[in-house]
Design a protein. Structure first.
Length: 331
């Protein structure tokens, strides 16, 4: 991923798309068709494949990663969580990723470690069966130790602060930053953020990281995570789950059309496109990237990347001419 980012011309922008493995075979077949259309028409710099916490989707995640990397030739980044998973499952996932030719891992913690749950339930942390991995940094260090520089490693960050049961009292980015410094120093190559709708929170977060006294965030790619608005209900549910705030000026625009799904999507495309144009205007330490939580859907994200001119142009080998195809797949 970072080799591809570094190879982009100065001032270029890029984007990546997240997909999750469907539960059923027909779901897989559907997604494969959609992936083919999206990869050809939209040309993301890379795609990412989610990993169910605790390894719950291990086989299906690897299957989807194989389709992306091997069959579609897409640069693929496999998400991998480390808590509540046996070390052998982590080893298997990394080995399998290597066999598939995958060179990128998004190293995550996943659910809060079991020991925290045990504490909550009055049990002793000693009863936790997996002491190898407590935080994402443990996975970053482990990958570097086992595989050296073979994998390009991404890590997660939270412009509005991370919130979960392990520390419900601190949803504040300043609580997380010292840990993000350590996680980055341990070997992260890029940072990908949680979804957000409050661009001022992202501006502030990015500025804080870039100017951090440690200097570790000076040039590392910081890729903002954006979720195209698919429906009013999905939006409310995902913002609740991710603890992302919905600024009043955005909520008002969506509230005004919430009875009409098609209008919600159209207004949503405008909202996300405005966020992208705002972020594009900010100084950037390199090419400016955007990551889309696609929810495996193509229409909204296709409109957004087209509207914001994020689709890479390609030079055809025979003519040396620019061959630009806009997305013709807006189903
Ligand atoms: P960490 O970096 O370990 O941080 C977790 C929290 O603990 C932070 O608040 C941090 O400040 C704090 N912390 C870190 N180290 C310490 C320490 N030593 N002492 C005290 N506190 C500490 N989940 C999935 O299950 N599957 C996925 O595919 C997935 N993909 C994701 C993709 C992105 C881009 C993002 C942003 C999140 C994703 N998640 C996924 C969710 C993620 O697993 C959760 O948010 C998880 O609760 C935290 O993961 P982390 O990697 O940020 O953990």
């Amino acid at each position: 991923v970072t080799d591809k980012i570094n190879a982009l011309p100065e001032g270029a922008s890029y984007f990546s798309l997240e997909f999750f493995p469907p539960k059923t075979s027909p779901g897989f077949a559907n997604l494969q068709g959609r992936l083919e259309r999206m990869s050809q028409a939209l040309r993301p710099l890379f795609v990412t494949v989610t990993w169910g916490a605790g390894g719950s989707t291990a086989t299906k995640s690897l299957e989807l990663a194989e389709i992306c990397q091997r069959q579609l030739g897409l640069t693929t980044c496999l998400h991998l969580t480390c808590t509540n998973m046996s070390r052998s499952l982590v080893d298997e996932a990394l080995e399998q990723a290597k066999v598939l030719g995958i060179r990128n891992i998004l190293a995550l913690r996943g659910d809060a470690p079991r020991s925290e749950e045990y504490r909550e339930h009055g049990q002793s942390p000693e009863e936790d069966s997996n002491k190898d991995f407590t935080w994402a940094i443990d996975l970053v260090k482990y990958i570097r130790k086992q595989y050296g520089d073979y994998f390009c490693i991404g890590v997660a960050a939270y412009p509005e602060g991370h919130s979960d049961e392990s520390h419900p009292e601190h949803q504040d980015p300043s609580f997380d930053i010292p840990y993000l410094v350590e996680k980055t120093k341990a070997g992260a190559d890029f940072i990908m953020t949680q979804l957000f709708f409050d661009v001022t929170a992202f501006d502030k977060f990015e500025e804080t990281l870039r100017n951090h006294e440690s200097g570790v965030f000076k040039t590392i790619p910081i890729i903002p995570g954006l979720m195209p608005i698919q429906s009013y209900n999905i939006l409310r549910r995902t913002t609740n789950l991710s603890h992302a705030s919905l600024p009043a000026h955005i909520l008002n625009r969506l509230d005004a059309v919430k009875g009409d799904d098609e209008l919600v999507k159209q207004v949503g495309v405008k909202i996300i496109s405005e966020m992208i144009e705002h972020i594009k205007k900010r100084p950037s330490a390199g090419p400016r990237g955007f990551h889309f939580y696609s929810l495996n859907l193509e229409k909204a994200v296709s409109h957004i990347v087209e509207e914001c001119s994020l689709i890479q142009q390609t030079v055809t080998a025979d003519e040396g001419a620019i061959d630009f195809d806009g997305p013709d797949i807006l189903l």
